[in-house]
Design a protein around this ligand. Structure first.
Ligand SMILES: *Cc1c(COP(=O)(O)O)cnc(C)c1O
Length: 420
């Protein structure tokens, strides 16, 4: 018995060690050559045609509008899909994974030690969680109490021209937005209820107080300061520019130009604030952010997306995108009166764009009608019109290989059909 039990114990330990060795060795787990094996699954039933969208009767489209959430944001890199697939093969502690991923992201972005990051379900979630963390700190009762602000600060200062639909995610915490326009108005607005100063990066040109001055003013008053830069990569340096400027919190979309998981975003910020944001977010229950669940797949996917995005040759990409537009331009300007011009928005969707105009007395189409007909045709093309600009405008950074030629053909065809 004694010998036996000793043997059992030793055997158990040895076996346990052997099992642990197997389990903990990622190489053995994922495959013999260290590559992740995701291919070779045959799909039966729904999805077996290879186009589950069409199986539902939903038309896929060619995207000339850019990284629009309403159109599906962006398309992931195949390596990102592979990493997300492996994420789904294991259980982990989500809070532990969040901390590890956040620290890795801060390292990848070469942020100072004062900063970390949190993967959220999007930039909108990052805005809400970031502010929630500022309001509650790590106080569990206050976390449960939101959006009832009794006992907390209750105001966020914002420039009038910076108001936008995403400030709903500030208001959802219960705070009141205090609008100001000038530095004097800002100074008058600061009081003991002021929780945060919010900046909308794309509105930099519209406001009187610019991005660098805003954070300096916040420092003077020792008020935490957030910059919503959701759609403002490229340039890639924006990922660290604003924390280097001193912003306490900065938000980005994962599912726009970074081409991360569609339901992911980043809250980059001071460690303490990021930690308090996580306390207000899923997986923690009875929190305002429990509805903004982030899965292990999105967390690992966001790290991988940044890994890929940082390694990208961004100048070469911009050239490729410009080349696609020029290909389309060369083709469509063969049609009488069609003209093109190129521009790059200063901020947000800072990528090559093309404006397409024509003489409506020679081609009897308004830009609205043209966009509608292109969207309704097969293949379906999503292209922008309006927003105070004449004609149609498009970008090419969300086009897939070969789609530039299809767009050139479809546009030319449409214009020719409507020549008077
Ligand atoms: C897209 C966007 C958001 C929201 O980002 P999600 O990642 O979709 O949640 C917030 N602010 C601005 C300015 C945006 O463009």
């Amino acid at each position: 018995m004694r010998i036996n039990s000793k043997w059992n114990r030793r055997g158990f330990l040895a076996t346990a060690g052997a099992i642990a060795g197997t389990l903990l060795s990622p190489r053995k787990l994922f495959s013999s050559n260290g590559k992740v094996a995701a291919k070779g699954v045959s799909v039966t039933g729904f999805g077996s045609t290879g186009n589950p969208y069409e199986e539902l009767g939903v038309t896929t489209l060619i995207n000339c509008e850019g990284t629009m959430t309403e159109l599906g944001g962006s398309l992931p890199h195949p390596e990102l899909e592979a990493v997300m697939a492996t994420a789904g093969r294991h259980f982990v502690s989500i809070p532990e994974l969040e901390v590890a991923a956040g620290n890795r992201i801060a390292q990848m972005l070469k942020l100072s030690d004062a900063y970390s990051a949190l993967v959220t379900s999007g930039a909108a979630a990052a805005i809400q969680s970031g502010l929630a963390g500022i309001l509650t700190g790590s106080d569990e009762a206050l976390i449960r109490q939101l959006p009832d602000l009794t006992g907390m600060k209750s105001e966020v200062i914002i420039q009038k021209s910076h108001r936008n639909p995403f400030d709903h995610q500030l208001r959802s915490t219960g705070v009141k937005l205090v609008e100001i326009e000038t530095v004097d108005e800002l100074r008058a607005a600061v009081n003991e209820r002021t929780a945060m100063m919010h900046f909308t990066n794309f509105a930099n040109a519209a406001g009187q107080i610019k991005v660098d001055e805003w954070v300096k003013l916040a420092k003077q008053y020792n008020i935490p300061c957030m910059n919503d830069a959701a759609a403002d990569t490229p340039p890639v340096s924006h990922l660290w520019d604003y924390t280097n400027m001193g912003y306490d919190l900065v938000t980005f979309s994962g599912g726009k130009a970074i081409r991360g998981p569609q339901c992911a975003g980043l809250l980059i910020g001071r460690r303490e604030l990021v930690a308090n944001a996580l306390l207000n977010n899923s997986p923690h229950e009875d929190t305002i952010g429990r509805s903004q669940k982030v899965g292990k797949e999105e967390i690992l996917g966001m790290v991988k997306a940044l890994d890929l995005f940082l390694a990208e040759d961004h100048d070469a990409l911009a050239q490729e995108w410009q080349g696609r537009l020029e290909l389309i331009s060369n083709e469509i300007t063969k049609v009488g009166s069609v003209r093109t011009s190129f521009f790059v928005p200063d901020i947000a969707n800072h990528v090559p764009h093309m404006r397409i105009t024509w003489d409506e007395s020679r081609i009897s189409l308004t830009p609205q009608e043209a966009a509608k007909l292109l969207r309704e045709a097969k293949p379906s093309i999503a292209i922008s019109h309006g927003e105070g600009r004449p004609g149609l405008s498009m970008n090419s950074f969300m086009l897939q290989p070969g789609e530039d030629k299809i767009v050139a053909t479809q546009l030319s065809k449409l214009f020719r059909e409507h020549m008077t």
